[in-house]
Design a protein. Structure first.
Length: 350
């Protein structure tokens, strides 16, 4: 399909303007085929394919009124630009643009990376052979270890965020979210308040601040069919902070068969061939030299944080601030409760 035929289907970009600018900026050969990509925290993301088959991705904030610090394209771009020369695989940074003659908001262009993310077990079983699944786990945790071994200043990212007291500030933020959402959610749980007090009282001493992704899970990484991690995606909420908090989130996301799960949840890491969570923990410790004696605390904190996030989302649905069409609110509430259960179980052994 020609770009002209698609121009009415593309929102957020003027196809003619972008296609006049791109050949010189990125060396592409028109005409270009545009394809809207799903996901990406509601940012508008398009895959562009030129006449010679070269692919690149354009990414901009959603249309409409935006919160002052939301959907910061420059933040995302500078992170992948800083990581591009390192052992952390990211898409190639091509151009960051803040020119209103080209677009109503800022945007950036990056290279297209081959690979697939790990979403559900059914999807992954269909394309990733069992023989490659251990390598997926190894490259997954090795990449996280590589990220946490980098000095942000050497990447030009020393000012990405405030690195100290990361967990304390996160606890304050997410507990504040829970308390603010109680009325809208029509739901409270005394364990949330108890967990907040416990977690606040026992925050481990933080080491050097590192770049933390904030949502580093199999769903935000691309893998080849051979099991190699080819790119880490969605750096929108990355900042500087405690790398062990980031690592524990990833460990929680690496589901095992004995974990409590809501009905219908189908984690890919339950498939045969994926190693146990303990194997990833050992490999991370060996790669980074990190002291993981407080890992249970960090896992407890992450489940608490997840519960608070889900509570806030649940409240917005009940308040009508988000359309609940097609959303299973009972399932969402169950996921919130399971997250609290998991946090409370870990807290009992702290």
């Amino acid at each position: 399909m020609s770009s002209n035929a698609q121009s009415d289907e593309v929102i957020g970009f003027d196809v003619g303007v972008i296609e006049s600018w791109l050949p010189e900026a990125a060396g592409v050969k028109p005409p270009l085929r545009w394809e809207r990509l799903p996901g990406g925290h509601s940012n508008l993301t398009y895959l562009l394919t030129d006449a010679e088959g070269r692919e690149l991705v354009l990414r901009r904030p959603p249309q409409g009124q935006l919160l002052p610090k939301a959907h910061d394209m420059w933040r995302e771009y500078r992170i992948i630009e800083g990581l591009w020369p390192t052992a952390v695989p990211v898409a190639e940074p091509i151009a960051y643009v803040d020119d209103r003659s080209l677009c109503e908001v800022h945007f950036y262009a990056m290279g297209k990376v081959e690979g697939r993310a790990l979403y559900t077990g059914d999807e992954v079983a269909a394309w990733l052979p069992e023989s490659a699944r251990r390598r997926v786990a190894e490259s997954f945790i090795d990449t996280l270890a590589a990220l946490h071994s980098l000095d942000p200043a050497a990447l030009g990212l020393a000012d990405l965020g405030r690195p100290d007291a990361y967990v304390a500030r996160q606890l304050t933020t997410w507990y504040g979210s829970w308390t603010a959402s109680i009325e809208g959610a029509r739901h409270d749980d005394p364990r949330t308040h108890e967990l907040y007090e416990l977690l606040t009282a026992r925050i481990p001493e933080q080491g050097p601040g590192r770049v933390v992704h904030g949502d580093f899970g199999p769903h935000n990484c691309l893998f080849s069919a051979e099991g190699e991690l080819t790119a880490v995606l969605d750096w929108e909420i990355a900042t500087l902070g405690d790398p062990l908090a980031d690592m524990a989130y990833s460990i929680n996301a690496w589901a095992e068969a004995t974990d409590a799960m809501a009905p219908g949840v189908d984690p890919p890491t339950l498939l045969p061939g994926f190693p146990a969570r303990s194997d990833l923990i050992t490999r991370y410790a060996e790669a980074t030299g990190a002291d993981l004696t407080q890992l249970s605390y960090y896992r407890c904190y992450n489940w608490f944080k997840t519960a608070c996030i889900l509570h806030g989302v649940y409240a917005r649905y009940l308040e009508g601030k988000k359309s609940s069409e097609g959303v299973d609110l009972d399932l969402l509430k169950m996921r919130m409760q399971i997250s609290l259960d998991n946090s409370a179980e870990l807290a009992a052994n702290l």
